[in-house]
Write a protein that binds this ligand. Structure first.
Ligand code: SAH
Length: 260
């Protein structure tokens, strides 16, 4: 095996570990069913035969709510087949599986027809392509007058302690103020409809708390695996930083309508 192949396989191993860890919890990012419903409440009633794409859907919490709350066809797309398998199991349990189609794919190369969706939805996932690039590229797949609804980590204050500023600039350089995010929405062919900050429990009860149990199980399954230990340490550090600095940043839902 040459070096490149070796790196490649280590990388794939990392992904499969991370995937296994997150498959066991219902949300892979901060959020809640209540916030999914709240974001949807700002969007006018959908026409019959409406279609919604949920990009970076993970194990499907938002896709299931969207299927329950609307009559739309839901197209749920994620890079990882394991997450989609879990989504399908959950959707069968909630009796909405016949209206949810899953697609293994990448949000930066969408296999969709132009103007084919009433809403493009994406919770805690647009950062993978970058907020502005996502808004710009996804625009073409939305029907005229359709919507985009995304949640994105954002600064809640003008200034913040160095430690948290540095952490986020390392993790995601596009983290920005709500004002600047709204300006990007407006510069890319959308009209802002609503925005709200996700409450604390979206991070704690729905994201970090379920991870604690997953971490114990994971470490007991891979006691001698450095990749697994590093990964868990990173997740724990992120949770600690959140509890220390949550006054300065949060996840923010942005709901906007296509204008042009
Ligand atoms: N929306 C889910 C998951 C958020 S975590 C929730 O709120 O629970 C981010 C998700 O984006 C993960 O499921 C990850 O597999 C997916 N992802 C990462 N890069 C992606 C890409 N390029 N295209 C599609 N999905 C991607």
């Amino acid at each position: 095996m040459n070096n490149n192949e070796n790196n490649h396989s280590i990388h794939e191993f990392d992904y499969s570990l991370i995937c296994e860890y997150f498959s066991s919890i219902n949300r892979q990012g901060p959020g809640s069913d209540i916030c999914t419903r709240q974001a949807l409440s700002f969007i006018a009633p959908l026409a019959s035969q409406a279609r919604i794409a949920d990009l970076g859907c993970g194990t499907g919490s938002s896709a299931i709510i969207l299927a329950q709350e609307t009559q739309a066809e839901i197209v749920a797309l994620d890079l990882f087949p394991d997450f989609l398998d879990r989504l399908t199991c959950r959707a069968v349990g909630k009796e909405v599986s016949e209206r949810i189609q899953t697609i293994v794919g990448s949000m930066d190369a969408l296999p969709f027809e132009k103007e084919s969706f009433d809403i493009i939805w994406s919770e805690g996932a647009i950062y993978n392509i970058g907020f502005e690039r996502g808004l710009r590229e996804w625009h073409q797949y939305i029907k005229p007058g359709g919507y985009v609804a995304v949640s994105e980590v954002s600064w809640l204050t003008d200034e913040r302690p160095e430690e948290i500023e540095q952490f986020w600039l390392d993790a995601y350089t596009e983290i920005d103020s709500i004002g600047n995010k709204i300006a990007q929405i407006q510069q890319n062919g959308y009209r802002l409809v609503a925005t709200f900050v996700l409450p604390d429990e979206c991070w704690t009860e729905n994201y970090y708390v379920p991870q604690r149990r997953a971490q114990e199980i994971f470490l007991s399954r891979y006691p001698n695996n450095d990749t697994a230990k590093d990964f868990i340490n990173n997740q724990r550090r992120e949770a600690e930083l959140y509890s220390k600095y949550k006054a300065y940043y949060g996840y923010v839902f942005y709901i906007a309508q296509k204008t042009a």
